[in-house]
Design a protein around this ligand. Structure first.
Ligand SMILES: Nc1ncnc2c1ncn2[C@@H]1O[C@H](COP(=O)(O)OP(=O)(O)OP(=O)(O)O)[C@@H](O)[C@H]1O
Length: 111
């Protein structure tokens, strides 16, 4: 349902697939997989709660209300915060092996 109805969830799904592929290609170790899996799960959980909250708001108060606006904005902010944290986990987990792979490829090219 999330992927079908929420454009952001489709982006999260694409990011999860890309990160999983990168982790496999870069041979991330068990600790790295733990961090990546926790980050991906946290983003999906936040997205699911945000969607549930938006649907509830729309049922309880379909008309415009500044408090509904603020409540929805706060819930969307939570998704953004978790997504930024997940991006940082991705950079710190995939960055070093990616850097090592790029350096190796460059050294092999210059030989
Ligand atoms: N009933 C409402 N009253 C006031 N503002 C609202 C109301 N419904 C939505 N908004 C505003 O519009 C924004 C988008 O709300 P909507 O329910 O369309 O979520 P969405 O487009 O699925 O967003 P998201 O990207 O957070 O999933 C909210 O963050 C809020 O600022």
């Amino acid at each position: 349902m999330l992927v079908r109805t929420q454009p952001n969830a489709r982006l999260h799904a694409l990011a999860a697939v890309l990160v999983t592929f990168a982790g496999w290609a870069l041979e991330v170790d068990a600790a790295g997989w733990r961090h990546l899996a926790a980050a991906i799960a946290a983003v999906w959980a936040a997205e699911a709660f945000n969607t549930a909250f938006e649907l509830l708001c729309d049922v309880v108060h379909p008309d415009y209300h500044p408090m509904v606006r603020d409540a929805k904005d706060a819930a969307a902010g939570a998704v953004l915060a978790v997504s930024l944290g997940a991006a940082a986990v991705g950079v710190f987990t995939l960055g070093p092996p990616l850097w090592a792979w790029l350096s190796e490829a460059q050294a092999a090219n210059s030989r």
